[in-house]
Ligand binder design. Structure first.
Ligand SMILES: [Zn+2]
Ligand SMILES: [Zn+2]
Length: 291
């Protein structure tokens, strides 16, 4: 029996998020899928895993309501998730701005212009003053980012509004800005928040870093590793020992190059993830910032 994981999101108006939550929960339970789904008045965002036939049925049924939604298929199974969690929330990505986002049947209203990975390269070649703007938290960017990217000082997605309102990035307001994030969903929202705040030429990348990396590996404008939200904590686009790969991260203890994050051993008091080389991790499994 082959299993798969589905990753997906869609922005569209949902009249009754709680009814959709119940329908999605029943659908997943009936198919034996596990994972995490969030529904809001603006759409759906989910990751579910299970038997491949169950995944196919899920995708077909879910598309009856979320028309033309794209599903990204990847390797994995229901066992990659502790349980099934289906929630109705104010936002499908928690920026803390549920009243600001405008969504219609075509998606987010007033968001950044979508670029394919190829168009990203063309834009940067055409407009040398274009700026990459990292839509993730600052820690993720420590091990990988677009060349010359501006990395905002954020710990969680909630911090973006405060950062944008601080004036720190006003110098970018009349420049072409390419916002990017892991799979593209955060920039659907972030790019619209930027445009609302006077950024005049904002772009986003279709499929995010993941799609860009699949197409260009380490030979494009991306440098380093991609932070991922599972036990691996990072992934690379090129082959092992790819000469074009650039190691950006450094061990917090000795400064040696590394792209490996660890959870501080001082759990649960300290919840930091920090970069460490293997040698230091063995002798000092702490982040260095807690007692
Ligand atoms: Zn070290
Ligand atoms: Zn710590």
């Amino acid at each position: 029996m082959t299993s798969k994981i589905l990753l997906y999101y869609k922005f569209q108006p949902v009249a009754d998020p709680d009814a959709v939550r119940l329908w999605q929960r029943d659908l997943c339970e009936g198919l034996g899928l596990k994972g995490r789904i969030i529904v809001s008045k603006d759409g759906i965002n989910g990751t579910v895993g299970g038997d491949i036939r169950a995944c196919k049925t899920y995708a077909k049924k879910t598309r009856e309501y979320f028309k033309d939604m794209e599903f990204k298929w990847s390797d994995g199974s229901a066992d990659d998730f502790p349980k099934l969690s289906v929630k109705a929330r104010d936002e499908i990505v928690a920026f803390g701005a549920p009243g600001e986002l405008k969504v219609d049947e075509h998606g987010v209203v007033g968001g950044g212009e979508h670029l394919t990975p190829q168009q990203v390269n063309e834009l940067v070649a055409e407009k040398p003053d274009a700026v990459f703007f990292d839509g993730r938290n600052a820690r993720e960017a420590e091990i990988g980012r677009f060349k010359g990217a501006v990395v905002p000082d954020v710990e969680t997605t909630h911090d973006f509004i405060k950062e944008l309102d601080s004036g720190k990035y006003d110098w970018m307001k009349d420049k072409p800005v390419i916002s990017y994030c892991t799979g593209g969903i955060r920039c659907e929202v972030l790019s619209s928040l930027m445009i609302n705040r006077g950024f005049q030429e904002v772009y986003q990348i279709d499929g995010g870093i993941v799609r860009y990396g699949e197409q260009f590996g380490n030979s494009g404008l991306w440098e380093g590793s991609l932070y991922v939200f599972d036990d691996r904590m990072h992934t690379e686009f090129g082959a092992e020992n790819d000469p074009d790969y650039v190691q950006l991260g450094h061990c917090v203890h000795c400064g040696e190059a590394t792209n490996q994050f660890y959870n501080c051993a001082n759990e649960p008091e300290c919840r930091r993830q920090y970069l460490s080389c293997e040698t230091c991790r063995e002798t000092n499994p702490y982040c260095g910032q807690c007692a």
